[in-house]
Write a protein that binds this ligand. Structure first.
Ligand SMILES: C[S@@+](CC[C@H](N)C(=O)[O-])C[C@H]1O[C@@H](n2cnc3c(N)ncnc32)[C@H](O)[C@@H]1O
Length: 335
């Protein structure tokens, strides 16, 4: 589950905010793209610096109401679009000095607690999981895809070892009725051995959220298009919350910044082919103090890289490396 939530206070908590501000240095002005506006936590902080400007994106139309309040205060220094961040290259950025592009992946506290969105296994009612601008819901996935496809989704997007048995039980159960969120939780609980560390449904729910929101292709094309629109000297920052996201971000930055090839899919690069300069090889993680204030932030990892120069066709390596995941997402064409 996402780490930017603060259960005790029931409000959104912007993860690694101070660390991000110290990397992007908004005090020197320029334009910042907040690809995951959410509750506006990062945006509001950046706008506190009077020479800064923010262009914000969020796929969830509910973010629009918060954006309108910010627009009233900051006027020309703030612009919001209800878009998916894979479409970042469609923004009108003429004459903008883009200094950083920030991604804070996952879901906000408000989204998780919104029972209509049905993102959590605590939700009652129909399966949904749509964050915004989606083509289908979790209900379609669970009630329409065949057993083998469900099994692949659970295995590759959720790392769920019991995916085969769960998929089998789903297909048997759905013959008699449509499966709701709580029906799915019961099916999983009755199939898996009890795990005292995480809820039995965690992995299947992660897989379904990723699949419904096409989070793998969103992330891959978001990163590729961000790297294309950024000028040398600009920074891309990404906060991830689970290992699949982090694996993609780590590969993207490392493979495009190292001289040595880190994968058989990548041609060896030489100095002149480097798209990025990587400052920290290891991710930045929240301090003990932050984790104490907001315990779920313990799974957050921040990686960032500075663009060095434009490189032709740099996206080939990442598209090949993660093609197996993109193919899983394409199973949605059967819905
Ligand atoms: C963790 S929250 C961001 C919180 C924000 N940093 C703050 O401090 O308020 C993630 C947000 O990203 C949005 N989001 C997730 N994937 C997206 C995508 N592909 N395109 C645009 N927005 C996306 C979600 O709707 C959610 O509002």
């Amino acid at each position: 589950m996402n780490a930017t939530i603060l259960p005790e206070k029931k409000e959104h908590y912007p993860v690694l905010l101070n660390e991000i501000v110290s990397i992007i240095t908004p005090q020197y002005g320029g334009t910042f793209i907040d690809c995951t506006f959410g509750q506006g936590g990062y945006t509001k902080k950046i706008l506190e610096y009077s020479k800064s400007k923010v262009i914000a994106i969020d796929r969830d139309n509910d973010s629009k109401n918060i954006s309108l309040k910010i627009k009233k205060i900051f006027k020309e220094r703030f612009h919001f679009e209800n878009k998916k961040f894979s479409q970042i290259n469609k923004l009108n950025l003429k004459n903008e000095n883009i200094r950083s592009i920030i991604f804070d992946l996952g879901y906000s506290y408000t989204q998780i607690k919104d029972s209509k969105k049905g993102l959590s296994f605590d939700s009652s009612g129909d399966l949904n999981m749509k964050m915004g601008l989606n083509d289908f819901s979790a209900h379609d996935v669970i009630n329409k895809l065949d057993q083998k496809d469900l099994e692949k989704i659970f295995k590759f997007l959720g790392d769920e070892r019991d995916g085969k048995r769960i998929a089998n039980k789903i297909v048997r159960n759905r013959k008699s009725k449509n499966i709701s969120t709580q029906d799915l939780v019961k099916i999983i609980e009755s199939t898996k051995k009890k795990n005292f560390k995480i809820h039995s449904a965690t992995k299947v729910f992660q897989a379904l959220r990723i699949f419904v929101n096409k989070e793998i292709s969103e992330l891959i094309y978001g990163l590729i298009n961000a790297a294309k629109i950024l000028k040398p000297g600009g920074i891309i920052l990404v906060v991830t919350f689970h290992s699949l996201e982090d694996k993609i971000v780590k590969f993207f930055f490392k493979s495009l910044s190292e001289n040595q090839s880190i994968s058989r899919y990548m041609p060896k690069t030489n100095e002149k082919d480097k798209l990025f300069k990587l400052i920290n090889k290891k991710p930045i993680i929240p301090s003990n103090e932050e984790i104490k204030k907001n315990p779920p932030s313990r799974s957050a990892k921040l990686r960032y890289a500075i663009k060095e120069k434009d490189v032709d066709n740099f996206e080939k390596g990442i598209l090949e490396k993660f093609n197996y995941l993109l193919e899983i997402e394409n199973l949605s064409n059967k819905i």
